[in-house]
Design a protein. Sequence first.
Lengths: 214, 214, 214, 214
Amino acid sequence: MKDQTQLRVVQAAGPIFADKGFDRATIREICTAAEANLASVNYHFGDKETLYLEAVRHAHALKMEQVPLSQWPSNTPPEEQLRFFIRAMLSRMLGTDELDWGTRLLMREMIEPTIACKSIVEDFIRPQLQLLLSILDEMVPQNISFHRKHQMAFSIVGQCLHYRVAREFVNLLIPEKERAEHFDRNHLVDHITEFSLAAIKNLPIPDSSEKKTS
Amino acid sequence: MKDQTQLRVVQAAGPIFADKGFDRATIREICTAAEANLASVNYHFGDKETLYLEAVRHAHALKMEQVPLSQWPSNTPPEEQLRFFIRAMLSRMLGTDELDWGTRLLMREMIEPTIACKSIVEDFIRPQLQLLLSILDEMVPQNISFHRKHQMAFSIVGQCLHYRVAREFVNLLIPEKERAEHFDRNHLVDHITEFSLAAIKNLPIPDSSEKKTS
Amino acid sequence: MKDQTQLRVVQAAGPIFADKGFDRATIREICTAAEANLASVNYHFGDKETLYLEAVRHAHALKMEQVPLSQWPSNTPPEEQLRFFIRAMLSRMLGTDELDWGTRLLMREMIEPTIACKSIVEDFIRPQLQLLLSILDEMVPQNISFHRKHQMAFSIVGQCLHYRVAREFVNLLIPEKERAEHFDRNHLVDHITEFSLAAIKNLPIPDSSEKKTS
Amino acid sequence: MKDQTQLRVVQAAGPIFADKGFDRATIREICTAAEANLASVNYHFGDKETLYLEAVRHAHALKMEQVPLSQWPSNTPPEEQLRFFIRAMLSRMLGTDELDWGTRLLMREMIEPTIACKSIVEDFIRPQLQLLLSILDEMVPQNISFHRKHQMAFSIVGQCLHYRVAREFVNLLIPEKERAEHFDRNHLVDHITEFSLAAIKNLPIPDSSEKKTS
DNA sequence: AATGAATGAGCCTTCATTCAT
DNA sequence: GATGAATGAAGGCTCATTCAT
């Protein structure tokens, strides 16, 4: 019964912060949900902001635990590795309904970064980027520059991110029937993989520094 | 000096809502910025939420005015059209510093849609999507299905969106020097255009319905 | 179209003040109901309080017009005069549903008198009291004192007043069926008349100054 | 110093609500009078309306404590019981100056009933009515009907109520000297008692259902 | 004469935070 | 170590009133 309270509060805080954002979430609501005293937050965390930070940290620790970085046999062809990677990333982003709040928290950090942002990127985002880069390494010429590989990586990540961040827009743009049939997770994984592979394999090699710009 | 007040308030509201979000923005702050009376909001808009709506509408009307849908000579090759389109979209998204608040407002709508969301999509987003689709039409086989074209379009949009939505992450992931040299607007336009063109031109034609899925 | 507005506003104000009381009634609501401009009240009456006064005056002018002081043949026996009087008073108090607001206004003046109170009493209440006293005069000994006659009059008025002022209490105390059958206007007129007549005719004559008091 | 605040606030609220009514009374004024924080009302009662309810309840609990239901020796003749009863009722209604606010609160409930009304009637009014009915029982024929006894009771109550509800009217109608000499509490008790006794003892017995009505 | 725009004061309520126990 | 009571600051909103036209 020691720091159980503390834990209960962080756990309760996550979904609530995700749902309502920092401002609209109230300490009262969180403490009620955690069956803890109203003063718990200030007692255990000092203030609301610190609790938020702790909640975000807790959230992505949980996320990493549930959808770990993909593993595959060493002889898996890079094309398949890419497909696996994209599937994992989309899964993390689209989430199941119960786990969705983690992503929602992450998105809030993207558009309104707090102190939590930095550690999220280092602990959570960068490793994924590195993994993606290592997959790309097997598909692109060795002498390709740092930034081109990163741009490719971002092009892949961006395609996934879109379906999560602009989800509501997609819902409004694509009729429900069409969405149900062709925009489910499997089809999206396939499309993004094919699109990206086609791009990677046919991208002109010359360094972009001599590119034209209108 | 007639109903200037109303306009002043909407104009002041935009950047403030964008900066702080609906909750943290106070009508007191907005009215002060607009040099208007505190009761102006109630008088002209009824309540804070309606003001927010009006501010969002005003914002994207402004945006469209400043970076209108691209126009080009009828003989422009589709590849160049795509480059123009991507340049315009990125410009709208990245914006100049003073105009950035419009996009921030838009992102908040993506993540936490309000009543404003629907009209934004219809008036602002869908026309852009249609334009992009018409460009793609000139580059892909005629018999390609509705959803494949949309997926391609979203793949392009997603790549752009990423640099705006995940801007803070990119800033943390890419060293400043590298960013300054290779991730400025021009280079990004070039990369996204090349990447997308390479993908479009080499994408396997068969319908995705017979694709494999692991 | 001259002072029509002014009249429309007073007429609209009456029922609204009656319903909600001075504070809860808003100028906006009144002007809307009167289809007049929001500034009309201040323009025509100066302020809200003056409008209230005017509305009360208007109300009881109307009341007097609709239920005038009873008239009867000169040879009507005083017992019947009393019955007529009580019937008229109860009618004014209980009112029909549309005219009820006049009484509600009056009651508010009773428990929270404003400047309107005095003129109401002089123009509206005192004449009724005089009439009642003149009826009593025909039934009680000539030498009875001023205050005894007034006390009798108040005893009669009080019985009527009770059913209006404490209406809600009566509703809660008496089952609906019983009320419908035995507490309608006719039965109340009969009861109050009988009760009062029985009292008047049997009241001990000695002056109350020598009464015992425990 | 525990939950004294809550009590202080209710106590301060009573007279203020009585004086100004629900709307014009401000929680600021109440909290200041109670030497409590402005937020106390929300903390202890939730909102203003609940505080009002509590204040009304508190008020009539107090009232009953100060002027309890009359008690008398079992051999007291009913006529004397009635006098005692009327004295107690008038005392509660007219009150002393400091305690007047309780009645003012009650009158407001009569004219503009709130949620508090019902419980007041049940806990406070009905017991008094029952007591009065039991006194009447000893003076009227056994076979008299339910509603006749109630009508008599109301006739008695109404006479008392009048001097409270229409107090301001009486003040304007009766010259001050006259009032001082003949309308003080003792004289009123005597008059109302005599008047009512005379009525009760001489009321025609037949049921009112066969009464004439003009 | 009459009105639409604008204002200033004030109200209820909410919330994170603190404090005494 | 933990909590229930209490607080101070601020927020959105409502309203009667004023003012320029």
